[in-house]
Design a protein around this ligand. Structure first.
Ligand SMILES: Nc1ncnc2c1ncn2[C@@H]1O[C@H](COP(=O)(O)OP(=O)(O)OP(=O)(O)O)[C@@H](O)[C@H]1O
Length: 838
């Protein structure tokens, strides 16, 4: 048992503010560092002012603004992960006000690979440790829980496609008679390797993002718990070690009064404050040593984290603080909270248990061998016949023994003479069978062979044979890579199939999509920069989000999406990441070549060494000694081989790291893609709702038409850009950014086309035209025909049947737009006339 207080760390978020209102004092000797906040006295408060000016808090370590993610991982998380790998439970939780860097610390930033947070780094570390520890068998499972307004949601559920938080399965809290907490409905999914684990993290993060509602933005108001469940055991041993690592991103800790919110936000804020308040209550109760009752049950979060707080767990807290003036109060209260947390003592025990199944098997075996031993010792020989079950078991044992290529392999049938005799009979039978077969198949002596048989064997020089051997070796390597790729793919397909069967439908497209080799297609897709293609991702985890891409986009919507994407604030960053990804692929390719070359060098040197040693052996039998030069040559080859091995190892490790970076970049790109698509969908939905509301309020009126048209014409501006675009808004039909005259004219034509599509009762002729021309061409035609407003509506156009088109087309009242609409109708009619003539 390890008794330990909760370790507390502090991290200061980078700020642009120059005035330092804090200082950090390190004391390396006792691994402690203080952070001091200075609040200068405000003269406005008068001369007699007893307000404190400095606040000092002690932490295990305080990370200043410039400290990087790898440092934070090394100091905060590495030790905890090591303990979890040894069988202890661990928890790391981030606490601080909104925007102080909790998510950045726990999950990581989205801009750079180096910004990966504690979760991806912990996963990498765990799988690297598995590689080192070949003596034990490890299994890893992942779960991801979100707690929002006292309800738990499963972020990893593969059966549901979330578009809002309520779509995710609700997780219920259950308590067994021993007061252990169980989470019903929470998926605990296996992750065989780092890639699979990161995919799950990505799936959960994407669900978290997609399920955000305007009321629950940017995970600010929910708590998230990412749990890594580890099981390890030595082969054949009945002892299993099970441990859990909780990585917790808590909701923002600011007080309600400060958040200045109302309505739903106030309800949420109250819930968060309540759950953080209960967390505080638990912490206060734990720090008062005499308290009998700890109020864990008051909230879902404290119930889930029960073990992490005052229980069987090694827990670490990271307090995130923002040091600009306006956030100082909150930062001080975060640090105060941390000081109370530091008083809690946990008692972590090694989570070792015996696997009952393995235990029974072991005991049965032991009983059997004791029985056998007893019968040998007492001389009691059993004379009854072996049962069929015993014979089957013996046959199995004997076959396994014969198939084992290991010469040292032993056969244990126990002391029962019947079994021993049966084994002799079995082995003799096999030996006779084999000699009969060998006689039939034994090759004819050289003299009996037909002349052409030996003639077909080509005579090859040793160098040629060596070259062929190398090629053979290379092909073998390639085949084994392909076979492992195929195996992986087959597994993916089977998983996708079984998942789709579990969902109750066979989605062939999903299966075929996921059966593509991952790296190749994903590279193409990302480099192509096509965000909206329905087949652009083959990964079965991300396929779940393909629904966003699969939305059949109308030409207008597609066009709006293009503009939305173009103007989205993160698009430049996405382009940068794609460029980076491209560069990384090129680097990975050349690293791959380096690895191959180094491997070939090693093989070549191995061949040379073998030949030299054979030569030396022959020489020493003939001359009784080896020559000095040969020894020198051997040494040189060995040295070269060491160098080639070092080169290989270095290139291989670099390639491995590069692969991890490429995977991460793919995830970041995916995240951005889903985010942009999600924001666009939300925007589009709002436009549609506004439009239908407006037309319901004032049907058919000119103002109604005008505002409807306006709604559809409002440029697709992402929420972030809204504010600035509102400032520079001069004309409600102007798309974002300055437009060239041609663009402006195109845009007017496009708007006219959209209005026509929406307002014209019969759009059959439009559809007819659409079969011949693309939407943009129509727009261009319409724009070309656009004339300056020629005055009044009495300029009504007449259709070929003599009917006025204007009678059918509701105009907007906007002179310029109406001129565009009329121009478009004219264009359409002239086209139709031409068509009729031909
Ligand atoms: N140490 C840091 N280095 C660089 N950027 C940071 C750091 N900490 C935070 N940020 C940035 O500050 C912003 C807010 O951080 P983050 O989302 O992690 O805050 P949070 O505390 O999780 O907020 P919330 O409570 O809303 O979830 C993000 O854009 C993040 O990238």
């Amino acid at each position: 048992m390890v008794k330990q207080t909760i370790q507390i760390f502090c991290r200061v978020k980078p700020t642009k503010s120059k005035t330092a209102i804090y200082s950090i004092e390190e004391d390396e000797n006792v691994s402690k560092s203080d952070i001091e906040f200075v609040i200068p006295k405000d003269l406005a408060d008068g001369f007699i002012n007893n307000k404190r000016e400095t606040y000092t808090f002690a932490f295990q370590k305080t990370f200043d603004q410039q400290v990087k993610q790898d440092d934070v991982f090394e100091h905060v998380a590495q030790g905890v992960v090591d303990n979890v790998l040894s069988g202890y439970n661990g928890t790391i939780f981030a606490y601080g006000q909104t925007g102080s860097g909790k998510t950045f610390t726990i999950t990581g930033g989205v801009e750079k690979y180096a910004d990966r947070g504690i979760i991806p780094r912990a996963l990498s570390y765990i799988y690297a440790k598995y590689e080192e520890d070949k003596e034990n068998i490890h299994t890893t499972e992942i779960s991801y829980l979100e707690i929002y307004n006292e309800n738990g949601y499963d972020l990893l559920d593969p059966r549901h496609e979330a578009t809002k938080l309520e779509d995710l399965p609700k997780v219920a809290l259950m308590e067994d008679p021993d007061q252990n907490i169980h989470l019903k409905n929470l998926s605990v999914l296996p992750a065989q390797n780092e890639e699979e684990a990161l995919n799950l993290l990505f799936l959960g993060d994407t669900n978290r993002m997609i399920a955000e509602t305007p009321m629950n933005q940017a995970s600010t108001r929910s708590h998230c718990i990412f749990t890594i469940h580890i099981t390890s055991r030595a082969p054949g041993s009945a002892t299993i070690r099970r441990s859990k690592l909780h990585l917790v991103d808590l909701a923002g800790s600011e007080r309600v009064s400060k958040s200045q919110v109302g309505g739903q936000l106030l309800t949420e804020a109250k819930y968060i404050n309540l759950s953080l308040h209960y967390l505080e209550q638990v912490i206060v109760a734990l720090s008062e040593k005499k308290r009998q009752h700890i109020p864990y049950r008051n909230s879902m979060m404290t119930s889930v984290l029960r073990d992490s707080l005052g229980g069987n767990c090694m827990t670490t807290m990271i307090a995130t603080v923002a040091v600009d003036k306006k956030n100082l109060d909150e930062s001080i209260s975060t640090c105060r909270f941390a000081q109370r947390v530091a008083m809690i003592k946990n008692e972590a025990t090694l989570n070792e248990e015996l696997d009952p199944k393995l235990m029974i098997l072991r005991l049965k075996k032991e009983v059997q061998s004791l029985k056998d031993e007893l019968s040998m010792v007492t001389g009691e020989e059993r004379t009854d016949e072996l049962t069929q079950e015993e014979i089957d078991r013996l046959n199995e044992l004997l076959r396994a023994y014969l198939d084992d290529p290991d010469l040292e392999a032993s056969l244990e049938v126990g002391g029962d003479m019947r079994k021993i005799q049966y084994s002799y009979r079995f082995l003799k039978g096999k030996a006779l069978e084999r000699s009969a077969v060998t006689k039939v198949e034994s090759p004819k002596p050289e003299t009996e062979r037909q002349p052409q048989e030996s003639a077909t064997v080509p005579h090859l020089s040793p160098a040629e044979i060596q070259r062929l051997r190398e090629i053979l070796q290379q092909r073998d390597n390639e085949i084994s890579i392909l076979v492992s790729m195929l195996k992986k793919e087959r597994k993916r397909v089977l998983e996708a199939e079984s998942r789709s069967i579990a969902n109750g439908h066979h989605d062939n497209t999903a299966v075929t999509a996921s059966s593509q080799p991952p790296s190749v297609t994903s590279e193409k897709t990302y480099l192509k920069g096509d965000y909206s293609s329905p087949n652009d991702k083959n990964d079965d985890v991300t396929n779940q989000h393909s629904r966003l891409k699969e939305v059949e986009m109308s030409a207008g919507r597609q066009e709006a999406f293009e503009i939305f994407k173009r103007d989205h604030p993160t698009i430049n960053h996405v382009h940068d990441q794609k460029e980076l990804l491209k560069r990384r692929y090129t680097e990975a390719k050349s690293l791959g070549q380096e690895v191959n070359e180094a491997r070939n060098d090693i093989n070549h040197l191995k061949g040379s060494l073998e030949r030299l040693r054979r030569q030396m052996a022959v020489q020493s039998t003939m001359n009784g000694d080896d020559s000095f030069e040969e020894h020198e040559r051997e040494q040189t080859i060995l040295q070269n081989m060491e160098a080639a091995k070092a080169k290989y190892k270095q290139a291989f490790n670099r390639l491995k790291a590069m692969k991890a970076e490429i995977d991460h970049l793919h995830h970041l790109l995916d995240k951005s893609r889903v985010q942009i698509q999600h924001k666009f969908d939300t925007w589009w939905q709002t436009q549609a709702t506004n439009r239908s509301k407006t037309s319901r309020h004032r049907p058919g009126s000119a103002t109604s038409n005008r505002s409807t048209a306006q709604a559809w014409r409002t440029p697709p501006v992402s929420p972030e850009k809204k504010a600035s675009s509102q400032r520079r808004k001069t004309d409600d039909i102007t798309p974002p950014g300055p437009l060239s005259p041609r663009e402006a004219s195109l845009s007017r034509g496009r708007n006219a086309l959209t209005d026509l599509r929406r307002n014209h009762n019969s759009d059959s002729d439009l559809r007819h035209m659409s079969t011949r021309r693309s939407a943009n061409e129509h727009v261009e035609v319409a724009a070309r025909f656009a004339r300056p407003p020629s005055g009044s509506r009495s300029n009504a156009l007449r259709t070929s049947s003599g009917e006025s088109s204007v009678g059918k087309i509701p105009l907007t009242g906007d002179r310029e737009t109406d001129a565009d609409i009329l121009a478009f109708v004219k264009a359409r009619e002239s086209l139709m006339k031409k068509q009729q003539k031909t």
